[in-house]
Design a protein around this ligand. Sequence first.
Ligand code: CA
Length: 148
Amino acid sequence: MIEDEAKTARAILNSLKGEGFAPVWVETGEDGFFVLSSQHFDAVVLDWMLPGRSGLEVLQTVRAKDAKTPVLLLTARDALEDRIAGLDSGADDYLVKPFALAELGARLRALLRRATADFSVEEKPTRWRRGPGDRPNFAPGNPSRKSN
Ligand code: CA
């Protein structure tokens, strides 16, 4: 997580830890860029308004090297052009401040599920029809669910 406001950052850290995440916090765009360049993270929570290098600049630099790590952009800006700029720069999702911490956790989990699904789809093509009894019920066009 890259966030310069300590109070916000601590609230987010506590919430994410409570939800089973292991967040790492840095306060500036420079530190964020350095940490992201040297370590792997499952997802990035990135504040837009940072001193020095902005969240958007960090995002563009990160995306130039790594197209896959999910990035959730935190922004106080809710103008349409700003949301579009954030998504165009490579953010996977965004939250407009102030937001509910529970929503941040839920959106992060959604991003992680999506990232995991992208990677595992070729390895586990039959994952969704694990149970033998499920197959007839979920087969397309099978009438057994409608009739009893
Ligand atoms: Ca900020």
